[in-house]
Design a protein around this ligand. Structure first.
Ligand code: NCD
Length: 355
């Protein structure tokens, strides 16, 4: 890779005349290519060293679970210094590819705005309309994007672990923008950032997470982040959406089936969408869910007076929450979306060692 044939013009001594293609006499002009012997790995095809990297590429953000406390706190601190209204050229000339195998509005657009606010160039690749649709493998797609000139890849993928696999095979930073039902680290960071704008610290905060915990990568990342800094988390929903096993996600998690119990004394009320596209045969009676768990203004009164309402989006008005709750003064839902930009600016800056 990187070997570029000399242009014919300079080889011809700069006469100003483009030299015609060499005659195809079947001899002298071609580089000798050794015959293929045995299987070649895609890394070889792309001229990359054949070793498998045992650690993820530097600057990657793959999950919250394996970040150190200091790394999380540094990212939160860095985000406070980022302001998309004051564009910077920290990442001027860097090419960031947004590789989305799943639908997204806020994550994708805020990564794009964040990258551009730092002076980077962005390209969006979606599974529909790309070679992925034709069956190209994840790693071949990664090598291809690298060859095109990507300096970092932001990836959302329906399979847990896809960004981790990619980060072990290419040497550029890989940012996880949501992998299956596993993690969504940038969302947890922006949620943490939002909470700290409203509350003094995570320590002792009572956080109620209500809804489809089972399918929520956001919840998994949030539990890893918030529990570690001393928040008291209660997960709430029916057993189909909040299995008992969910209490093992992080130390000190509690589970309740009663929304009133989760809300009493809560500082933060985090609501989750019922991810109907992932239910695959599970039966959820939506009317019953609404009756038992929908966040209404009356229910919200059980939480502390200064409690904030959060939701990673997309929100479905009339299902997991009423319009009245979405638009009430306690709602921090739009604030979360807004905070996604400085948080993702910080994540991208860190990816390139600019922190
Ligand atoms: C969520 C996701 O895709 O994980 N949204 C987000 O990125 N902010 C949650 C969802 O789809 O319900």
């Amino acid at each position: 890779m990187g070997r570029v044939a000399k242009p014919a013009l300079s080889a011809a001594g700069g006469t100003g005349e483009a030299r015609p293609f060499p005659p195809d006499d079947g001899k002298s002009h071609r580089r000798a290519i050794p015959p293929c012997s045995g299987a070649r790995s895609p890394r070889m095809m792309h001229g990359l060293p054949s070793l498998h990297m045992t650690t993820p590429s530097r600057g990657s953000l793959l999950d919250i679970e394996h970040l150190e406390d200091k790394q999380i706190l540094d990212l939160l601190k860095l985000a406070r210094r980022m302001d998309p209204r004051k564009p910077r050229s920290l990442l001027r000339g860097k090419r960031i590819i947004l590789l989305f195998y799943e639908a997204s509005t806020r994550t994708r657009s805020s990564f794009e705005v964040a990258a551009q606010s730092l002076g980077a160039l962005t390209t969006l690749v979606q599974s529909s309309g790309s070679s992925i649709e034709k069956g190209e493998s994840l790693l071949d797609t990664a090598y291809t994007l690298r060859a095109v000139g990507a300096d970092a890849i932001v990836i959302r993928h329906p399979s847990a672990g896809a960004p981790h696999l990619m980060a072990r095979h290419i040497e550029i930073p890989v940012i996880n923008a949501g992998d299956g039902m596993h993690e969504h680290p940038s969302q947890a960071l922006l949620d943490g950032f939002t909470i700290l704008k409203h509350k003094k610290s995570f320590k002792g905060l009572r956080i109620a997470i209500i809804g489809d915990v089972y399918h929520s990568r956001v919840t998994r990342s949030n539990c890893h982040l918030l529990a570690r800094f001393g928040a008291k988390i209660t997960l709430c929903g029916p057993p189909e959406l909040v299995p008992d096993l969910a209490s093992t996600l992080a130390p000190g998690l509690a589970i309740t089936r009663h929304v009133e119990g989760a809300l009493r004394g809560a500082d933060v009320v985090m609501l989750l969408r019922v991810q109907q596209e992932r239910l695959a045969g599970r039966k959820i009676q939506l009317q019953e869910y609404i009756a038992r768990y929908q966040m209404t203004a009356a229910r919200l009164k059980l939480a502390k007076q200064d409690a904030i309402v959060m939701h990673p989006g997309p929100i479905i008005r009339g299902l997991e929450l009423t319009s009245e709750v979405v638009d009430c003064p306690q709602s921090a839902i739009v604030d979360e979306v807004r905070n996604g930009v400085p948080m993702r600016m910080a994540i991208l800056a860190r990816a390139f060692g600019k922190n």
